[in-house]
Design a protein around this ligand. Structure first.
Ligand SMILES: [Fe+2]
Ligand SMILES: [Fe+2]
Length: 625
């Protein structure tokens, strides 16, 4: 039987552990002295392992003490735990989803709206956060179902005594409308929901209790925004729905007009402008001019040297203005040059804001926004280099340790690649259309850059994997494992639609497949048929070398030295690893020395330079001791 004392112990220690690690990360991203920084990084890796073990123990102790069938008393303790974590912004996927799912049947029996709304909200939010960025539609359906259950409880609104739980209902309307109008091109549900939520807000009972609730008002304004974003798919609606939609949007327009609708550069101004444009009351060019003027001259540029909450609002506003401009451009059916002429007028400003956002900003709220921005801006960014740079910027910002890992893999693959060109150039025949051995030497620089970029982008799909998975302060559950393994497919999907990434698509998809094609993932992909199979094999080896020798950023491996790792490569040459590449490594003393260095002490230099980039400093070499 689970007792309060044990539940409290779990909460206290588990939370402390997470804060301990977070504290290290915060320091890592602010420290400037390279030696302190290395010290901290090693300390952190030690603590990471400790925390991992302790958390595992805490979790199993908790479940060992719970009854086979959870009793109502236990359910309440677990409820307090989960909700407590949620309110503390401690989004541990296992605690929040597994605990809530275990206790849900108990609360369904009790039928109390207060508990039900809270549990539905937590489950919906956690699943949505988890599945949205990987584009897992089935997972998202689960999340949406929980939100739908939560808003159903609106009929018992006055029975809910905790204001935060009542706010959840409005938030869940917000979530539904936003997610439904996002990449789900559902037709009319969000129109109905929009109508419904405003009716709920205007309901007498609700007004009586919550007329002054500022949080709910914020959600309503986000709903207005999200509802307007749906206009992107306006032509996909039936004529009837389109009319209903525009009429409802008219109400939002009226509200905005009463606000600061006339003041250029304000959020309301954008609403009014977009509405008039949708109603064909103003020409596209005129709207664009106004948006561009706002972006470049009116909306203040965030000053990140000051830790002012206004910065977040300003970033949002800049991106929203830019997204609206892009949406209008897309509807104008211009040719490439026409689009470029317009984008040149505002994209540089938005991009410079993006590149100046400090790392610390890229958490929670910032991530979905950047993703949205990325998808909006990507099609209008021209030039291969710009595209790759843009993508790298997103990786740097979103997942610094993935960025570091990618730099390492690129370096290792490049070193091995140079030896391949020297010793066995015929292995590279056919890559990027080079079909004569003589041409391999001639195109050396080109091939090397192809290999380097392959290393840099191979894990691009990781950026879409929820950050919680990468924290590694406990073992992953099956859903988390399944999701992390999706990173190659998610990255592939990204690469398919992106001309700059397309040449690397097979590496992104296949780098976890074994050389013989028999094991690894994704199962359905046949890496042995790829025209760039050798590059996939090379990256797969570089990936294993880096992950296996990493002592600093992973809690689940104890880093090995390169010599030991080479043994593993040899043992699995022909099955997991390409035997020709393994042979080249084992036969080159110089290469082995270089790899020993890069994976040993040399690692610090690559880490340090990457970290400087993340901090927004000019990248410098690690100083000699
Ligand atoms: Fe990977
Ligand atoms: Fe990797």
């Amino acid at each position: 039987m689970l007792e309060r004392k044990l539940a409290e112990k779990f909460r206290k220690l588990y939370t402390e552990n997470s804060l301990k690690l977070k504290n290290y990360e915060d320091q890592l991203f602010t420290l400037q002295d390279p030696f302190d920084w290395i010290q901290l990084l090693s300390e952190r890796s030690y603590v990471m392992r400790e925390v991992y073990e302790e958390n595992e123990e805490l979790m199993s102790e908790l479940w060992q003490n719970c009854s086979e069938e959870i009793t109502p008393e236990e359910a309440e303790l677990l409820y307090d735990l989960a909700i407590g974590f949620f309110f503390d912004d401690h989004h541990d996927f296992v605690v929040l989803t597994e605990f809530c799912e275990k206790i849900l049947p108990v609360f369904i029996d009790m039928d109390e709206p207060e508990f039900l709304v809270a549990i539905y909200h937590v489950l919906g939010s956690e699943y949505a956060q988890f599945y949205r960025s990987v584009g897992d539609k089935k997972g998202m359906q689960t999340a949406l179902e929980y939100f739908r259950k939560s808003i159903k409880e609106a009929s018992r609104y006055s029975q809910i005594s905790t204001p935060e739980v009542r706010e959840f209902i409005f938030q869940d309307y917000t979530n539904l409308i936003i997610y439904l109008s996002g990449f789900y091109t559902e037709k009319s549900e969000s129109i109905r929901l929009y109508d419904e939520v405003w009716a709920l807000w205007e309901n007498e009972n609700v007004q009586e209790i919550d007329a002054d609730n500022q949080q709910i008002k914020n959600f309503l304004s986000i709903i207005d925004d999200g509802f307007m974003a749906k206009s992107k798919n306006l032509d996909k609606l039936s004529e009837e729905d389109r009319e209903r939609y525009l009429n409802l949007l008219g109400k939002s327009y009226e509200r905005a007009k009463q606000g600061e609708g006339d003041k250029i550069g304000t959020p309301n101004y954008r609403t009014c402008l977009t509405y008039k444009w949708l109603r064909s009351e103003i020409a596209s060019e005129e709207v664009l001019e106004a948006l561009i003027k706002s972006i470049n001259e009116i909306i203040p540029t965030p000053d990140f040297s000051k830790n002012d909450p206004i910065n977040f609002e300003l970033v949002m506003r800049h991106f929203k203005y830019a997204c609206t401009a892009i949406m209008i451009l897309e509807k104008m059916e211009l040719d490439g040059n026409g689009v470029m002429e317009w984008t040149e007028k505002f994209l540089p400003k938005s991009m410079s804001i993006l590149s100046n956002i400090p790392y610390k900003f890229f958490t929670g709220q910032m991530q979905p926004l950047c993703e949205q921005w990325y998808h909006a801006a990507e099609p209008v960014i021209t030039g291969e280099l710009n595209k790759v740079q843009f993508i790298m910027q997103m990786i740097v910002r979103r997942q610094p340790f993935t960025y570091i890992h990618s730099q390492m893999v690129a370096k290792i693959a490049t070193l091995i690649g140079q030896q391949i060109i020297e010793k066995k150039p015929d292995l590279l025949l056919g890559i990027r259309g080079i079909d004569k051995v003589d041409d391999i030497q001639k195109n050396k620089a080109y091939l090397i850059s192809f290999i380097t970029i392959s290393g840099l982008v191979h894990d691009i799909g990781k950026c879409y994997i929820p950050d919680t998975i990468n924290r590694q302060n406990r073992s992953l559950n099956t859903k988390e494992y399944a999701t992390i393994r999706k990173h190659s497919e998610v990255g592939y999907r990204e690469a398919e639609g992106n001309s700059a990434l397309l040449p690397y698509a097979d590496v992104i998809l296949g780098h976890h497949k074994h050389y013989d094609g028999l094991h690894g993932y994704p199962l359905s992909y046949d890496n042995t048929k790829s025209p760039i199979r050798i590059i996939i094999d090379l990256i797969s080896i570089a990936d294993s070398v880096e992950a296996g020798t990493d002592t600093l950023t992973r809690s689940y491996t104890k880093g090995k030295d390169f010599k030991r790792l080479l043994k593993e490569l040899q043992n699995e040459a022909g099955t997991r690893y390409n035997p020709d590449i393994v042979k080249i490594i084992e036969n080159s003393k110089g290469l082995i020395e270089e790899l020993e260095n890069v994976t040993g002490q040399g690692r610090y230099n690559i880490y340090y330079r990457a970290m400087q980039e993340i901090l927004g400093n000019v990248a410098e070499e690690f100083p000699d001791a």
